[in-house]
Design a protein around this ligand. Structure first.
Ligand code: PRP
Ligand code: URA
Length: 209
């Protein structure tokens, strides 16, 4: 699939396996989520635009590349997407952060929106949407719908684990979005949970349930 990257880096795979382990506690789960986001972000941001600027070194003045344009926008899908934000901010500390609040109805599995705020001007920024889990794809599709309605154009989506059904549905709905997935799992179960997955990402990051 064009615009879809599925990572095979051993460090990412190792850390995802640690996330899956039900014995991994909240503290470690948070740290791993952040580390995976940083490793994925390093690759996902390799096409950020650069411009040459003048810098005076201790030896001489030179033209040297720096990130160009408006600051990057990181947009986590609440709650679980928040766990990935610091990993991206470690790479681009000056990025702006928006928020999209969505929860899945437990019966219909449809996403419901409860909060949305994006940094302006959103149309001039590279936008990185984060959510560790891409299950049915409903939340990702709604989040990107919202960002596009507000003018967002250059959108990347990062998820740690995806189900094949959700990835296909999301890609079909938004083929222009560059999607980065840490691992593609087997399938969804009857409750729309990813198998083998890691359980409920939000609950594991925030210690709820
Ligand atoms: C989870 C997860 C995604 C969504 C994925 O969020 O963090 O946002 O489900 O499922 P989908 O692809 O089928 O839409 P949840 O609704 O459980 O909210 P939470 O992050 O607040 O726990
Ligand atoms: N959301 C999660 O947190 N986990 C899943 O497996 C599916 C949706």
């Amino acid at each position: 699939m064009e615009n879809v990257t599925i990572f095979d880096h051993p460090l990412i795979q190792h850390k995802i396996s640690m996330l899956r382990d039900k014995r991994t506690g909240t503290n470690e789960f948070r740290a791993l989520t952040e580390e995976i986001a940083m490793l994925m972000g390093y690759e996902a941001l390799r096409d950020l635009p650069l411009e040459d600027v003048e810098v005076e070194t201790p030896i001489e003045t030179c033209m040297t590349p720096m990130l160009a344009g408006k600051k990057l926008a990181v947009v986590p899908i609440l709650r679980a997407g928040l766990g990935m934000v610091n990993g991206i901010l470690a790479l681009v500390p000056s990025a702006k952060v928006g928020h999209i609040g969505l929860y899945r109805d437990e019966t219909t599995h449809e996403p419901h929106e409860y909060f949305c705020k994006l940094p302006r001007p959103i149309d001039q920024r590279v936008i990185v949407v984060t959510d560790p889990m891409l299950a049915t794809g409903g939340s990702a599709i709604s989040a990107v719908d919202f960002i596009k309605q507000h003018g967002g154009k250059t959108i990347k989506f990062m998820s740690i684990i995806a189900a094949p059904e959700g990835l296909e549905r999301f890609h079909a709905a938004h083929p222009d979005v560059q999607i980065y997935v840490g691992h593609l799992d087997r399938e969804l179960n009857a409750d729309a949970y990813i198998c083998p997955g890691l359980g409920d990402a939000g609950d594991r990051i925030f210690g709820t349930k």
